[in-house]
Design a binder for this molecule. Sequence first.
Ligand code: ADP
Length: 285
Amino acid sequence: MALIECENLSHVYLKGSPMETVALTGVTLSIDTGEFVGILGPTGSGKSTLIQHFNALLRPTSGVVRVAGVATNDPKADLRAIRRRVGLVFQYPEHQLFEETVYEDVAFGPRNLGLDEEGVRERVDDALRSVGIDGSKFGQRSPFSLSGGEMRRVAIAGVLAMSPQVLVLDEPAAGLDPQGKVEILNRIRDLHTSRHLTVILITHSMDDAAQLTRRLIVLNKGRLAMDGSVREVFARAEELRGMGLGVPAITELVQRLRRRGLSVRADALTQDEAQRTIKEALAWN
Ligand code: ADP
Protein backbone atom coordinates (compact mmCIF):
# COMPACT_ATOMS: atom_id res chain seq x y z
CA MET A 1 0.00 0.00 0.00
CA ALA A 2 1.22 3.48 -0.80
CA LEU A 3 2.14 5.53 2.24
CA ILE A 4 1.08 8.86 0.77
CA GLU A 5 -1.20 9.15 -2.21
CA CYS A 6 -2.53 12.25 -3.92
CA GLU A 7 -5.28 11.77 -6.43
CA ASN A 8 -6.19 14.71 -8.61
CA LEU A 9 -5.29 17.05 -5.74
CA SER A 10 -6.15 20.71 -6.20
CA HIS A 11 -5.75 23.45 -3.63
CA VAL A 12 -7.10 26.98 -3.81
CA TYR A 13 -6.26 29.54 -1.11
CA LEU A 14 -8.92 32.08 -0.12
CA LYS A 15 -11.43 30.57 -2.51
CA GLY A 16 -14.19 32.94 -3.52
CA SER A 17 -12.31 36.06 -2.34
CA PRO A 18 -10.60 38.62 -4.57
CA MET A 19 -7.29 37.14 -3.31
CA GLU A 20 -8.12 33.64 -4.54
CA THR A 21 -4.95 31.77 -5.55
CA VAL A 22 -4.83 28.39 -7.24
CA ALA A 23 -1.77 26.72 -5.69
CA LEU A 24 -2.14 23.12 -6.92
CA THR A 25 -4.06 21.68 -9.86
CA GLY A 26 -4.77 18.00 -10.51
CA VAL A 27 -1.69 16.54 -8.80
CA THR A 28 -1.59 12.74 -8.77
CA LEU A 29 1.34 10.93 -7.16
CA SER A 30 2.12 8.14 -4.78
CA ILE A 31 5.01 7.70 -2.34
CA ASP A 32 5.91 4.34 -0.78
CA THR A 33 7.46 3.43 2.54
CA GLY A 34 11.25 3.72 2.48
CA GLU A 35 11.57 6.17 -0.41
CA PHE A 36 13.82 9.25 -0.44
CA VAL A 37 12.06 11.77 -2.65
CA GLY A 38 13.13 15.27 -3.65
CA ILE A 39 10.62 17.94 -4.60
CA LEU A 40 11.80 20.62 -7.00
CA GLY A 41 10.10 23.59 -8.58
CA PRO A 42 10.47 27.33 -8.96
CA THR A 43 9.24 29.66 -6.21
CA GLY A 44 5.45 29.70 -6.07
CA SER A 45 5.09 26.36 -7.88
CA GLY A 46 3.18 24.80 -4.96
CA LYS A 47 5.89 22.79 -3.15
CA SER A 48 5.06 23.99 0.37
CA THR A 49 1.34 23.68 -0.28
CA LEU A 50 1.85 20.09 -1.46
CA ILE A 51 3.85 18.92 1.56
CA GLN A 52 1.36 20.45 4.00
CA HIS A 53 -1.20 18.06 2.52
CA PHE A 54 1.06 15.13 3.44
CA ASN A 55 0.31 15.55 7.15
CA ALA A 56 -3.19 17.01 6.80
CA LEU A 57 -2.19 20.51 7.82
CA LEU A 58 -3.98 21.48 4.62
CA ARG A 59 -6.86 19.57 3.13
CA PRO A 60 -7.63 19.32 -0.59
CA THR A 61 -10.01 21.82 -2.18
CA SER A 62 -10.79 18.95 -4.52
CA GLY A 63 -9.31 15.51 -5.03
CA VAL A 64 -8.09 13.17 -2.31
CA VAL A 65 -4.95 12.76 -0.20
CA ARG A 66 -4.55 9.43 1.60
CA VAL A 67 -1.98 8.79 4.32
CA ALA A 68 -1.55 5.08 5.06
CA GLY A 69 -4.89 4.55 3.37
CA VAL A 70 -6.80 7.20 5.35
CA ALA A 71 -8.32 10.07 3.36
CA THR A 72 -7.42 13.34 5.13
CA ASN A 73 -10.77 14.93 4.25
CA ASP A 74 -12.73 12.06 5.75
CA PRO A 75 -14.52 13.59 8.77
CA LYS A 76 -13.73 10.42 10.71
CA ALA A 77 -9.97 10.57 9.95
CA ASP A 78 -7.72 10.67 13.03
CA LEU A 79 -5.67 13.76 12.14
CA ARG A 80 -3.50 13.50 15.24
CA ALA A 81 -2.45 10.00 14.22
CA ILE A 82 -1.63 11.26 10.71
CA ARG A 83 0.48 14.11 12.14
CA ARG A 84 2.36 11.69 14.37
CA ARG A 85 3.08 9.45 11.43
CA VAL A 86 4.21 12.27 9.12
CA GLY A 87 6.61 14.73 10.77
CA LEU A 88 6.80 18.08 9.00
CA VAL A 89 9.86 20.34 9.34
CA PHE A 90 9.11 23.83 8.06
CA GLN A 91 11.62 26.25 6.56
CA TYR A 92 13.81 27.81 9.26
CA PRO A 93 12.31 25.53 11.95
CA GLU A 94 14.61 27.07 14.57
CA HIS A 95 12.30 30.11 14.54
CA GLN A 96 9.81 27.89 16.35
CA LEU A 97 12.12 27.02 19.25
CA PHE A 98 10.67 28.60 22.36
CA GLU A 99 11.58 26.71 25.54
CA GLU A 100 14.34 27.70 27.95
CA THR A 101 16.44 24.60 27.40
CA VAL A 102 17.24 22.29 24.51
CA TYR A 103 15.84 19.37 26.53
CA GLU A 104 12.50 21.08 27.17
CA ASP A 105 12.13 22.06 23.54
CA VAL A 106 12.58 18.52 22.26
CA ALA A 107 10.44 17.15 25.13
CA PHE A 108 7.44 19.28 24.19
CA GLY A 109 5.97 16.85 21.63
CA PRO A 110 6.47 13.59 23.54
CA ARG A 111 5.01 15.22 26.68
CA ASN A 112 1.90 16.10 24.72
CA LEU A 113 1.63 12.43 23.79
CA GLY A 114 1.16 11.73 27.49
CA LEU A 115 4.39 9.75 28.00
CA ASP A 116 5.82 9.54 31.52
CA GLU A 117 9.08 11.38 32.30
CA GLU A 118 11.19 8.27 31.70
CA GLY A 119 9.56 7.76 28.29
CA VAL A 120 9.99 11.44 27.47
CA ARG A 121 13.68 11.29 28.40
CA GLU A 122 14.26 8.28 26.17
CA ARG A 123 12.60 10.02 23.24
CA VAL A 124 14.58 13.25 23.78
CA ASP A 125 17.95 11.50 24.16
CA ASP A 126 17.34 9.36 21.12
CA ALA A 127 16.14 12.28 18.97
CA LEU A 128 19.09 14.48 19.95
CA ARG A 129 21.54 11.63 19.31
CA SER A 130 20.10 11.05 15.85
CA VAL A 131 20.83 14.66 14.87
CA GLY A 132 24.32 14.56 16.39
CA ILE A 133 23.65 16.71 19.46
CA ASP A 134 25.06 15.49 22.78
CA GLY A 135 22.13 15.71 25.20
CA SER A 136 24.33 15.57 28.30
CA LYS A 137 26.33 18.55 27.07
CA PHE A 138 23.63 20.65 25.42
CA GLY A 139 20.42 19.52 27.14
CA GLN A 140 20.38 22.25 29.79
CA ARG A 141 21.59 25.05 27.54
CA SER A 142 19.34 27.62 25.97
CA PRO A 143 18.66 26.71 22.34
CA PHE A 144 19.46 30.33 21.50
CA SER A 145 23.07 29.91 22.64
CA LEU A 146 23.74 27.39 19.87
CA SER A 147 25.01 27.94 16.33
CA GLY A 148 22.48 28.25 13.50
CA GLY A 149 23.10 24.70 12.33
CA GLU A 150 22.82 23.28 15.85
CA MET A 151 19.58 25.17 16.48
CA ARG A 152 18.15 23.74 13.33
CA ARG A 153 19.15 20.21 14.33
CA VAL A 154 17.48 20.69 17.72
CA ALA A 155 14.31 21.80 15.94
CA ILE A 156 14.43 18.69 13.75
CA ALA A 157 14.98 16.57 16.88
CA GLY A 158 11.71 18.00 18.22
CA VAL A 159 9.91 16.48 15.24
CA LEU A 160 11.85 13.19 15.45
CA ALA A 161 10.94 12.86 19.13
CA MET A 162 7.37 12.12 17.97
CA SER A 163 8.78 8.96 16.27
CA PRO A 164 7.37 9.73 12.84
CA GLN A 165 7.51 7.18 10.04
CA VAL A 166 7.93 9.89 7.43
CA LEU A 167 10.05 13.02 7.67
CA VAL A 168 9.06 15.86 5.35
CA LEU A 169 11.45 18.82 5.20
CA ASP A 170 11.11 22.18 3.48
CA GLU A 171 14.62 23.30 2.43
CA PRO A 172 16.43 21.97 5.50
CA ALA A 173 19.79 23.44 4.49
CA ALA A 174 18.57 26.95 3.57
CA GLY A 175 20.65 29.77 4.98
CA LEU A 176 23.26 27.59 6.73
CA ASP A 177 27.02 27.95 6.27
CA PRO A 178 28.66 25.22 4.13
CA GLN A 179 29.66 23.12 7.15
CA GLY A 180 26.23 23.36 8.79
CA LYS A 181 24.68 22.42 5.50
CA VAL A 182 26.81 19.30 5.00
CA GLU A 183 26.21 18.28 8.61
CA ILE A 184 22.43 18.53 8.35
CA LEU A 185 22.19 16.77 5.00
CA ASN A 186 24.41 13.92 6.26
CA ARG A 187 22.17 13.53 9.29
CA ILE A 188 19.09 13.34 7.09
CA ARG A 189 20.79 10.73 4.92
CA ASP A 190 21.60 8.71 8.08
CA LEU A 191 18.01 8.91 9.27
CA HIS A 192 16.99 7.38 5.98
CA THR A 193 19.61 4.65 5.82
CA SER A 194 19.98 3.60 9.44
CA ARG A 195 16.54 4.41 10.82
CA HIS A 196 14.62 3.56 7.66
CA LEU A 197 12.68 6.79 7.73
CA THR A 198 10.86 7.70 4.56
CA VAL A 199 12.18 11.14 3.61
CA ILE A 200 10.57 13.79 1.42
CA LEU A 201 12.60 16.94 0.95
CA ILE A 202 12.05 20.21 -0.85
CA THR A 203 15.30 21.61 -2.20
CA HIS A 204 16.49 24.37 -4.49
CA SER A 205 19.86 22.69 -4.90
CA MET A 206 20.16 20.38 -7.88
CA ASP A 207 23.46 19.08 -6.46
CA ASP A 208 21.80 18.09 -3.18
CA ALA A 209 18.93 16.50 -5.08
CA ALA A 210 21.37 14.40 -7.13
CA GLN A 211 23.48 13.36 -4.16
CA LEU A 212 20.74 12.58 -1.66
CA THR A 213 17.53 11.52 -3.32
CA ARG A 214 16.53 8.68 -5.64
CA ARG A 215 13.35 10.06 -7.08
CA LEU A 216 12.38 13.60 -8.04
CA ILE A 217 9.00 15.24 -8.28
CA VAL A 218 9.01 18.52 -10.19
CA LEU A 219 6.19 21.03 -9.81
CA ASN A 220 5.59 23.93 -12.14
CA LYS A 221 2.73 26.42 -11.78
CA GLY A 222 0.93 24.10 -9.38
CA ARG A 223 1.02 21.11 -11.69
CA LEU A 224 3.08 17.94 -11.63
CA ALA A 225 5.64 18.53 -14.38
CA MET A 226 7.89 15.47 -13.86
CA ASP A 227 8.04 12.44 -11.59
CA GLY A 228 10.85 9.96 -12.11
CA SER A 229 14.29 8.75 -11.11
CA VAL A 230 16.93 11.40 -10.54
CA ARG A 231 18.60 10.37 -13.79
CA GLU A 232 15.38 10.54 -15.80
CA VAL A 233 14.54 13.99 -14.50
CA PHE A 234 18.00 15.53 -15.02
CA ALA A 235 18.13 14.11 -18.53
CA ARG A 236 15.35 16.62 -19.32
CA ALA A 237 17.69 19.57 -18.85
CA GLU A 238 16.10 21.82 -21.46
CA GLU A 239 12.63 21.51 -19.93
CA LEU A 240 14.08 22.18 -16.48
CA ARG A 241 15.85 25.29 -17.76
CA GLY A 242 12.56 26.42 -19.28
CA MET A 243 11.10 26.43 -15.75
CA GLY A 244 14.05 28.41 -14.39
CA LEU A 245 15.61 25.30 -12.84
CA GLY A 246 18.90 23.66 -13.75
CA VAL A 247 20.81 20.42 -13.43
CA PRO A 248 23.64 19.45 -11.03
CA ALA A 249 26.95 21.21 -11.72
CA ILE A 250 28.62 17.97 -12.80
CA THR A 251 25.79 17.19 -15.26
CA GLU A 252 26.04 20.75 -16.60
CA LEU A 253 29.76 20.19 -17.19
CA VAL A 254 29.33 17.00 -19.24
CA GLN A 255 26.46 18.53 -21.18
CA ARG A 256 28.66 21.51 -22.10
CA LEU A 257 31.49 19.19 -23.16
CA ARG A 258 29.00 17.32 -25.31
CA ARG A 259 27.89 20.53 -26.99
CA ARG A 260 31.57 21.22 -27.72
CA GLY A 261 31.71 17.90 -29.57
CA LEU A 262 33.12 15.50 -26.99
CA SER A 263 31.12 12.27 -27.09
CA VAL A 264 30.46 11.98 -23.35
CA ARG A 265 27.20 10.70 -21.89
CA ALA A 266 24.91 13.58 -20.99
CA ASP A 267 23.40 12.09 -17.85
CA ALA A 268 26.41 11.84 -15.52
CA LEU A 269 25.28 12.69 -12.00
CA THR A 270 28.41 12.11 -9.93
CA GLN A 271 32.08 13.01 -10.21
CA ASP A 272 32.90 9.34 -10.76
CA GLU A 273 30.48 9.03 -13.63
CA ALA A 274 31.74 12.24 -15.20
CA GLN A 275 35.35 11.16 -14.88
CA ARG A 276 34.61 7.79 -16.44
CA THR A 277 32.72 9.14 -19.43
CA ILE A 278 35.30 11.89 -20.09
CA LYS A 279 38.15 9.35 -19.96
CA GLU A 280 36.29 7.06 -22.31
CA ALA A 281 35.59 9.91 -24.72
CA LEU A 282 39.28 10.82 -24.70
CA ALA A 283 40.32 7.13 -24.96
CA TRP A 284 42.42 7.81 -21.87
CA ASN A 285 43.16 4.70 -19.84
P1 ADP B 1 6.48 27.11 -3.25
O1 ADP B 1 6.63 26.37 -1.97
O2 ADP B 1 6.78 26.28 -4.46
O3 ADP B 1 7.23 28.41 -3.29
P2 ADP B 1 3.79 27.69 -2.32
O4 ADP B 1 3.08 26.40 -2.09
O5 ADP B 1 4.34 28.42 -1.14
O6 ADP B 1 4.92 27.48 -3.43
O7 ADP B 1 2.80 28.71 -3.06
C1 ADP B 1 2.00 28.35 -4.19
C2 ADP B 1 1.06 29.52 -4.48
O8 ADP B 1 0.13 29.67 -3.40
C3 ADP B 1 1.78 30.86 -4.62
O9 ADP B 1 1.10 31.60 -5.61
C4 ADP B 1 1.61 31.49 -3.25
O10 ADP B 1 1.61 32.88 -3.34
C5 ADP B 1 0.24 30.97 -2.83
N1 ADP B 1 0.13 30.81 -1.36
C6 ADP B 1 0.96 30.07 -0.57
N2 ADP B 1 0.53 30.13 0.71
C7 ADP B 1 -0.57 30.91 0.73
C8 ADP B 1 -1.46 31.35 1.77
N3 ADP B 1 -1.31 30.97 3.04
N4 ADP B 1 -2.48 32.17 1.42
C9 ADP B 1 -2.65 32.54 0.12
N5 ADP B 1 -1.86 32.16 -0.90
C10 ADP B 1 -0.82 31.36 -0.61
